[in-house]
Design a protein around this ligand. Structure first.
Ligand SMILES: [Zn+2]
Length: 258
């Protein structure tokens, strides 16, 4: 069954560049797919607190505002009575040029300080490496159930000459967007009751006011979004999460279930 669902995901993702990248091989069982730890975040039945480990290279320091926003969004949508904390550490990565999906996975798994599910702590992992993704129009990727990478060099290049939106604004949105994929958005591990998935950009919102809008993670963000870059989930994104949490929507491919 797992292999079959992977085949389906590979087909679904084929038209997407970025985000999930090109899924070219089956992941190790225990790291799952983006959305595979959605219920672990939405429920406090076992994982009562959450840590987001942020490993960054010294030339790609995350903006404090982006980390604060991420913490606030997660506290908002997930059920973590023990809180959500962000742990940052400077890291030397083996790769400093062009990153493939598999390198993001392998290097992330080698650098993370603890496993995603340990005792009562859910741990997600964000890399801020030097260099760029294999598709250099991509600002961030979600590669498995607990791992995302943010390409800050590419984000800085996406800022337009006016600096509106600024690289900082874009980084805030991209970080929340990729974490949104770890929450299963949109329709990665469930089927929404709302028609809010963009048919031309699978697993993305058709609302340009949602942080899950496809262009948020693209270097063309400033061509498609004028004014403020959305950095929050919209009402339908949030309703999907509420229905997943209370069981009205069924989540597939979960590494943990309440
Ligand atoms: Zn995306």
């Amino acid at each position: 069954m797992r292999r079959e669902s992977w085949v389906a995901l590979i087909l679904l993702c084929a038209p997407i560049t970025g985000c999930f990248g090109t899924v070219d091989q089956v992941l190790p069982e225990d790291y799952g797919i983006p959305g595979g730890l959605t219920l672990a975040c939405l429920s406090s039945a076992q994982f009562t607190s959450m840590v987001v480990e942020v490993d960054y290279s010294s030339s790609s320091t995350p903006e404090p505002s982006a980390l604060q926003l991420l913490q606030s969004r997660l506290e908002d949508v997930c059920d973590k009575p023990g809180g959500v904390s962000i742990q940052t550490q400077v890291t030397t990565f083996e790769e400093t040029g062009t990153w493939s999906d598999q390198e993001v996975r392998d290097i992330a798994h080698a650098t993370r300080s603890a496993s995603p599910l340990q005792d009562n702590v859910l741990r997600w992992h964000v890399l801020y490496p030097t260099g760029n993704y294999q598709d250099d129009s991509v600002l961030g990727v979600a590669v498995d159930a607990s791992t995302v990478a943010i390409f800050q060099d590419t984000i800085e290049g996406a800022e337009n000459f006016l600096g509106r939106p600024s690289a900082e604004d874009i980084e805030e949105a991209v970080l929340v967007h990729e974490i949104g994929h770890l929450l299963g958005l949109i329709n990665i591990v469930y089927t929404s009751t709302h028609a809010h998935e963009d048919p031309d950009h699978p697993h993305h919102s058709n609302n340009d006011q949602s942080v899950m809008y496809w262009a948020v993670e693209s270097t063309s963000v400033t061509n498609f979004i004028t004014g403020a870059v959305p950095n929050d989930f919209d009402a339908e994104d949030r309703d999907d999460l509420i229905r997943l949490a209370d069981g009205r929507l069924t989540a597939s491919d979960q590494l943990w279930e309440p």
